[in-house]
Design a protein around this ligand. Structure first.
Ligand code: 5AD
Length: 339
């Protein structure tokens, strides 16, 4: 861990070198082409009370919604038709929006209609048996951030669970054989620089296929709303964190997360040049986006769902990066055998 601290404190020429190294490692392991993974926020119901999140159960979100299976299918058809996104990321609050069996049925329908589209699911902690059933139903990947590697901080921010439970879920996912993604927020109140270093190392320990990390953004509608980001005085830390994440996890898919756009105009474009390699545009129907505000300032709430692909391509073109063709595979494990 001590090795990472100087990198996380780099400035001036050292910082320039850090970014150049992260970009070079990204190029070597991931190539120039950017996999595009379209996010579909299909339900904002949540049973949890995470202290930082706008969807927490207690919050008076203007409207709680769950898209019908038909609407989800129609949205996935649209995503597949763009030919730009090789993956759909189905994200929702944790229970009770959709039951485990309803999700299985949904996965089967999507796979039947779009066998070439990879499906990432992200709906929180579940028993291993449920993950196994979902895998059988067609789930290729799962996203479950551990949020912070500090067990006490985790417990304070998450009244509904422990870090140990969260990490067990990640082991379960790996055991059932799905590509596993996790990650953390950068700058949670109470986080220290050693915590950030440990977050990065924990990703390596879990040998993650994918690591999603972005700045913590205070949400005034939450109990944590008045607490600033731990690096509010040094927002460069958000980028250093991604660069170091790349050096320590060279073969992981690292997306340029939405929260980077919320803190810096063009933040996602920058981070794609400092270690990140994946773009995850939002493909949620426009009318629902305002009701999926984890934090304020989430970009593109007025964008039409039909625009996401063209906009993604244009953004990537502007930084000289082509879109990757087809569903991207794990860079760590061999691609699944052809059936
Ligand atoms: N700021 C930044 N990220 C947040 N998330 C939830 N609330 C916030 C916030 N206030 C992130 C969490 C979660 C992911 C879906 O969104 O890391 O895992």
């Amino acid at each position: 861990m001590a090795d990472l601290l100087p990198l996380l404190l780099a400035s001036g020429e050292e910082l320039t070198r850090l970014y150049a190294r992260a970009d070079a490692v990204r190029r070597e392991y991931c190539g120039e082409a950017v996999p595009v993974r379209a996010i579909l926020e299909f339900s904002n119901y949540c049973a949890n009370e995470c202290l930082y999140c706008g969807l927490r159960a207690e919050n008076a979100v203007p409207t709680r919604y769950r898209m019908s299976a038909d609407d989800i299918l129609a949205a996935v058809d649209q995503i597949a038709a763009t030919g730009v996104a090789g993956t759909v990321v189905l994200q929702a609050g944790e229970t009770p929006g959709y039951s485990d069996d309803e999700i299985s049925a949904l996965l089967r329908r999507i796979k039947a209609a779009h066998p070439a589209l990879a499906i990432t699911l992200s709906v929180g902690n579940r028993p291993r048996a449920v993950y196994a059933r979902w895998r059988e139903a067609g789930m290729d990947r799962y996203l479950l951030r551990f949020e912070t590697s500090d067990p006490e901080l985790y417990a304070r921010l998450h009244p509904n669970g422990s870090l140990a439970e969260r990490l067990q879920c990640l082991r379960d996912l790996r055991a059932v054989g799905v590509q596993t993604g996790s990650g953390f927020m950068i700058g949670l109140p109470g986080e220290t620089l050693p915590t950030l270093a440990r977050n990065i190392l924990l990703c390596r320990e879990f040998d993650l296929d994918m690591i999603g990390s972005g700045p913590y953004i205070p949400n005034p509608d939450t109990p944590l709303g008045a607490k600033p980001n731990a690096y509010a005085d040094d927002p460069e830390m958000f980028f250093r964190a991604i660069a170091v994440l790349r050096l320590v996890n060279p073969a992981a898919h690292i997306p340029a997360t939405t929260a980077f756009d919320a803190v810096f105009p063009g933040g996602r474009d920058l981070v794609l040049q400092r270690g990140a390699n994946v773009f995850m545009p939002n493909a949620t129907p426009t009318s629902l986006r305002r009701d999926y505000q984890l934090y304020p300032g989430k970009p593109n709430v007025d964008e039409s769902a039909a625009q996401f692909a063209d906009r993604a391509v244009a953004r990537l073109r502007a930084i000289g990066r082509p879109v990757a063709a087809g569903p991207s595979h794990s860079l760590k494990r061999p691609p699944p055998e052809q059936e």
